[in-house]
Design a protein around this ligand. Structure first.
Ligand SMILES: [Zn+2]
Length: 107
């Protein structure tokens, strides 16, 4: 069974794939970063802004200090949010940060 990975924080313990083949969200809330697929990624223009909304949530999660979201489920032993993002090469580049700033100014 392949793992279901969160596109926001790279957590690999999602119960189901975040998006189905049509691109619709699962409505699952990531236990790690708190992102809800099909809700937090659904912006003013529907799913059109999905990718940037994902980046935005990742940016906020980083700024929060990589806080584990779920109260019901504890993080895996030795869990390290920063390392988790680094493992997925998912830290925000300067280009992504600029893109995000421009987007937020207009949103
Ligand atoms: Zn996540």
């Amino acid at each position: 069974m392949s793992k279901n990975i969160c596109p926001v924080c790279n957590y690999d313990g999602l119960s189901e794939p975040p998006y189905n083949n049509s691109g619709d969200g699962s409505y699952e809330i990531c236990r790690c970063c708190g992102f809800q697929f099909g809700y937090r990624d659904y912006g003013k223009n529907g799913y059109k802004d999905k990718n940037i909304l994902i980046l935005h949530w990742r940016s906020m999660w980083i700024d929060s200090g990589y806080i584990w979201h779920s109260r019901a489920t504890k993080p895996p032993l030795g869990w390290d949010g920063k390392k988790q993002l680094e493992d997925g090469n998912m830290h925000l580049s300067n280009e992504q940060k600029e893109q995000l700033q421009e987007f937020l100014l207009q949103y």
